[in-house]
Design a binder for this molecule. Structure first.
Ligand SMILES: C[C@](O)(CO)[C@H](O)COP(=O)(O)OP(=O)(O)OC[C@H]1O[C@@H](n2ccc(N)nc2=O)[C@H](O)[C@@H]1O
Ligand SMILES: Nc1ncnc2c1ncn2[C@@H]1O[C@H](COP(=O)(O)OP(=O)(O)OP(=O)(O)O)[C@@H](O)[C@H]1O
Length: 284
């Protein structure tokens, strides 16, 4: 048996850091949404009782460091599954980009193996398992649009954002999430208006979404990686309606309502940045 699953990237429309926790993680409040930029995973049953990862992308680990591998192992151990699976990852989402690529691969593996192995687990159960792998995995299990709290694992559904384009540009650097969180000064953060963002989503208010886009990690990454600031400024100059860094970076995204402006922004960014994408939000 073989199963194909899609693993979409996420962006953070807002990201607040409320404080440092005793377990070393940070208490966050994030509005996240999935976008139409996705890895494709092929899950194939194999005779040997093992988890095998295949990927042509040299930045994707093919061993136990891979989050999809960890997801399969977790299910096997927790539910005593003595079956093997080969997970082939067609990597489309840039790696270490702030787009939750690895987390989404893990979430897609949980969803896919739940079907392939006929485990009958609910999305809530899969999301809870996902939180053992990484903070973004629970959100990725559900997808759509949500408010994520705690260290990211408490997920509450929100209405889809108003229809628009998302332009993404990733500079040719990878950013370590833990390094960015380590450099956050929790007493000196400018906090997003999370309630304002939620209100804008509830009112399907595009201008409100644009006005409330804010990320408490952005100033840390911009300080450490000036190329991210450069991309942000260029995207604003080319005419995006609102521009923000996603997650811990370094990918910067811009919202664009009108098709006519999209081409200009895309072409302008392509002039100096290799990885540029223009996609829709998935919304729900
Ligand atoms: C930046 C975001 O991607 C925004 O969506 C997430 O907050 C991070 O999610 P993630 O990459 O799934 O994070 P994890 O793999 O769980 O953690 C990576 C590292 O980031 C730091 N971390 C992560 C989440 C969180 N709420 N507080 C933290 O301090 C921890 O140092 C941790 O060791
Ligand atoms: N399936 C996977 N795809 C990509 N990277 C993976 C995967 N599994 C493990 N990794 C490792 O995780 C690291 C971070 O990759 P990932 O693309 O998930 O980062 P990210 O988009 O910044 O995540 P987040 O937004 O959740 O912080 C990579 O450097 C890579 O070594």
């Amino acid at each position: 048996m073989k199963l194909l699953v899609k693993a979409p990237a996420k962006i953070n429309l807002s990201l607040d850091v409320l404080g440092k926790r005793e377990d070393g993680f940070h208490e966050v409040e994030m509005v996240m949404t999935t976008i139409d930029l996705a890895d494709r995973l092929e899950l194939t049953e194999i005779k040997e009782d093992q988890v095998a990862i295949l990927s042509r992308n040299r930045f994707v680990p093919a061993d136990e460091r891979n989050l999809a591998y960890q997801a399969a192992k977790l299910l096997k151990e927790r539910y005593q599954i003595d079956k093997g699976v080969e997970i082939s990852i067609n990597k489309i989402i840039p790696v270490a980009a702030g787009l939750a690529g690895g987390s989404s691969d893990a979430a897609a593996t949980l969803r896919g193996l739940n079907d392939l192995w006929d485990l009958g687990l609910s999305l809530n159960e899969l999301a809870e398992l996902g939180s053992e792998i990484g903070s973004d995995v629970s959100f990725c299990v559900y997808g759509g649009t949500a408010l994520a709290k705690g260290r990211g694992e408490k997920v509450m559904k929100l209405p889809a954002p108003p229809a628009c384009w998302v332009v993404l540009a990733k500079p040719s650097i990878g950013v370590s999430t833990s390094e960015i969180y380590r450099n956050v000064d929790v007493r000196n953060i400018s906090h997003p208006n999370t309630k304002g963002m939620i209100q804008a989503l509830e009112n399907n208010d595009y201008e409100g979404v644009c006005a409330n886009m804010s990320n408490a990690l952005e100033s840390v990454t911009l300080r450490m990686y000036p190329e991210v600031l450069h991309i942000k400024k260029q995207m604003e100059r080319f005419g995006a309606d609102s521009v923000l860094m996603s997650g811990s970076g370094p990918t910067v995204f811009g919202l664009v309502r009108h098709d006519s402006r999209l081409q200009r922004i895309y072409n302008g960014l392509r002039g100096f940045c290799d990885q540029v994408f223009a996609v829709r939000m998935l919304g729900v």
